[in-house]
Design a protein around this ligand. Structure first.
Ligand SMILES: Cc1ncc(COP(=O)(O)O)c(C=O)c1O
Length: 413
């Protein structure tokens, strides 16, 4: 037996009006085929068939809605898009092959040669490279500024400025930007305000409600949550997303249906995972602050964090990523990392498994020494993406790292 598109049942969004992000994570955007499956179906097909040549023409001509070809229309991908759009409070989402292609698609769709971008210095290293090396080749110049210095943002505005781009909290130093102020600055200057919401997810922060025009995600991180797939998504108004969708249709950095299904399932547990990540990260941050080998801990949940109050205002939790400087340099950071036995040494973040990395030689390794210094990526910095294991076991494993540092200093006596 076969089923036509007409027999699929979309769960009406209106039934979910006013419901919380926890409910939207589980219910929004679901489609159900004529088989009436309870879980979400996957549509792993590259193309779709038509009842007649006239119907094919109507679909291609845009006179009849419906699927055409999975580079730009696939029901599983649309289901994921519908869910994340609802969770972020945006009109529409466009899923992409990776977080980087979400950023690239946004820039290609909404900027043109001669435009100017202002980007915070503390963004993910590859985002910095994308703007600095590749967008520059197409005539889009970027000025990098401190995430938290509003005067520097204001001073960098030019008549050609068309986009302000930030991550908040930032990777890896957990700096927090004032989205209300930056949103106003963007509106005053006819520019778009784009927020990479990878670290908080819509469970902890909804930038569209706080002044942003566009939200970007690396779905690879918390949206999946179990380190299985690479993907990204852009969320915003229907008008702007039509432009991003148009670029995706022509250029093809598309999310696969299988990955969309994994992300769709990942979203269902996102709220409870985020709360567990936040609880563990806060406890570890407080514990790390007391360790004699630690120079400084960066986590917005700490009273000592310069934007602690702002984070409390903008976010409903402080997130699962923290970083800290050890007393010493690269050697100490590497010895500490190598001393752990359970925590995974990997640059990915947002996984239920705790991961540890040395930003200066991994995620931010492609930055010039000057850019690293300006972004605060020091050689003694270690980043932890705190998972959902028992926090006491995480302390036991990190204690092995501290022990490795102590062993080395006694060996040297
Ligand atoms: C904050 C942030 N944005 C974007 C990206 C890029 O995402 P992807 O690796 O899915 O391309 C990353 C990757 O680590 C990231 O940490």
């Amino acid at each position: 037996m076969t089923f036509r598109r007409e027999e699929t049942v979309w769960i009406p969004e209106s039934d979910l009006d006013g419901m919380s992000v926890d409910t939207l994570a589980v219910r929004a955007g679901q489609i159900r085929t004529g088989q009436l499956e309870h879980s979400d179906a996957i549509f792993p097909t590259s193309s779709f068939v038509y009842g007649s040549a006239a119907q094919a023409a109507a679909r291609f001509g845009g006179e009849e809605p419906g699927n055409i070809y999975s580079r730009f229309t696939n029901p599983t991908v649309q289901a994921f898009e519908g869910r994340i759009a609802a969770m972020e409070g945006g009109e529409r989402a466009v899923a992409t092959a990776s977080g980087m292609s979400a950023i690239l698609s946004t820039c290609m769709a909404l900027l043109k040669s001669g435009d100017h971008v202002i980007c915070s210095r503390g963004v993910f290293g590859t985002t910095n490279v994308l703007f600095q090396k590749y967008m520059a080749r197409f005539g889009v110049e970027t000025t990098f500024v401190s995430l938290t210095d509003m005067e520097e943002w204001q001073a960098s505005i030019r008549s050609e400025t068309r986009m302000l781009f930030i991550e908040t909290p930032s990777n890896p130093l957990c700096e927090v930007a004032d989205m209300e102020i930056l949103g106003q600055l963007a509106r005053d200057n006819d520019a778009l305000f784009v927020v990479d919401n990878c670290f908080c997810t819509p469970v902890l922060q909804r930038p569209l409600e706080q002044g942003a025009d566009i939200v970007i995600h690396s779905a690879t991180k918390y949206l999946d949550g179990q380190g299985r797939c690479v993907g990204g998504v852009v969320v915003g108004s229907g008008k702007m997303m039509e432009e991003v969708y148009g670029f995706l249709r022509s250029a093809g950095p598309t999310m696969s249906p299988f990955n969309a299904w994994v992300f769709q399932k990942g979203l269902e547990t996102l709220p409870i995972r985020m709360r567990a990540h936040c609880d563990n990260a806060l406890e570890l941050a407080l514990w790390l602050e007391q360790q004699p080998a630690v120079e400084r801990v960066f986590y917005a949940g700490l009273q000592s964090h310069p934007q602690h109050e702002l984070a409390k205002k903008q976010q409903t939790g402080f997130g699962g990523v923290l970083s800290f400087q050890l007393k010493g340099a690269r050697e100490e950071a590497w010895r500490f990392i190598d001393g752990t036995r359970m925590i995974s040494i990997t640059a990915n973040l947002g996984d239920v498994k705790t991961t540890i990395t040395h930003p200066a030689t991994t995620t931010h390794g492609r930055l010039s020494p000057e850019d690293k210094a300006r972004a605060g990526i020091t050689e003694n910095l270690v980043r932890i993406s705190v998972g959902i294991e028992a926090v006491e076991d995480l302390k036991t494993d990190l204690e092995r790292g501290f022990q490795a540092l102590r062993n080395e200093s006694t060996d040297n006596v």
